[in-house]
Ligand binder design. Structure first.
Ligand code: SAM
Length: 244
């Protein structure tokens, strides 16, 4: 499996028995979960009407009848279809939303705020650098309990596991960029932030003209603190090299 999927899989958590994949597309993550956990159940939601039939025909041989019986495929948008599950269905331990843009991911979570707040874990992987998802999910009562950086096909992705609760850190820069990454002094932070700086430098210098007002403000405020975040990460990298 590609590194991004391996990281998503790792953050679903070892104890999860039922996991939901919102926007499962070809279903790689669900297949891994069903194969690796013989008693696990997966619930997939896709907006593409043909996705369910495609999943069943593509993965029938790999999963077999017993594997297919452990997956429920729902057609619709975001987390809302999860409420269509049978009343006696086992509760979802973890939902994943990966590969969907920041604005859409946040609107889907806001549209199902009650359901989101009741999830033991919600794993998010936004495909681009983002600025509104952390504060947006904090408003829904979640904090980043765990987070990882993963490089896949030359790009760095943040994979964040949110859980109910309040962010314990009062470190403003760390909270903005990744409190658990900063706590852990993650060695990937320098490379990731250098890449973000290189990619956004031009747009930032031109006032992020191509962004809508709300995201533009949040992204501008975050990028304004990028050098500070990078400087801190470089210091801990230097300290590790010196002590090693
Ligand atoms: C880029 S793919 C990502 C697939 C996979 N989750 C991954 O991380 O590689 C995004 C998928 O999300 C689906 N999608 C987009 N908006 C959605 C929505 N509102 N509800 C459910 N699925 C959605 C798309 O149809 C597409 O299959």
């Amino acid at each position: 499996m590609r590194p991004r999927f391996e990281t998503l899989y790792a953050l679903i958590g070892d104890d999860a028995k039922v996991f939901a994949d919102i926007g499962y597309d070809l279903g790689a993550l669900m297949v891994a979960f069903l194969k690796r956990r013989p008693h696990g159940q997966a619930v997939g939601v896709e907006i593409q009407p043909q996705a369910a039939a495609r999943f069943r025909s593509t993965h029938a041989a790999t999963l077999g009848r017993a594997g297919l019986d452990r997956v429920t495929l729902l057609t619709g948008s975001g987390l809302a279809p999860l409420t269509d599950r049978a009343a006696d269905a086992a509760p979802i331990d973890c939902a994943v939303i990966a590969g969907i843009g920041e604005d859409t991911t946040l609107s889907l979570c806001r549209a199902s705020a009650e359901l989101v707040a009741a999830l033991p874990r919600l794993v998010i992987c936004i495909p681009t650098f983002h600025a509104t998802i952390r504060p947006g999910l904090a408003e829904l009562g979640l904090y980043a309990a765990d987070e990882r950086l993963v490089v896949d096909r030359g790009r760095t992705y943040e994979v964040i596991a949110f859980e109910p609760g309040v962010e314990p850190s009062d470190d403003a820069v760390a909270t903005l960029f990744g409190p658990r990454l900063f706590e852990r002094r993650d060695p990937g932070v320098v490379g990731w932030l250098e890449d973000v700086r290189d990619r956004y430098q031009k747009a930032y210098a031109h006032g992020l003209r191509n962004y809508l007002n709300g995201p533009r403000r949040a992204l501008g405020e975050k990028l304004a603190r990028l050098d500070e975040a990078l400087e801190r990460a470089r210091q801990w990298d230097d300290a590790t090299r010196t002590s090693g």
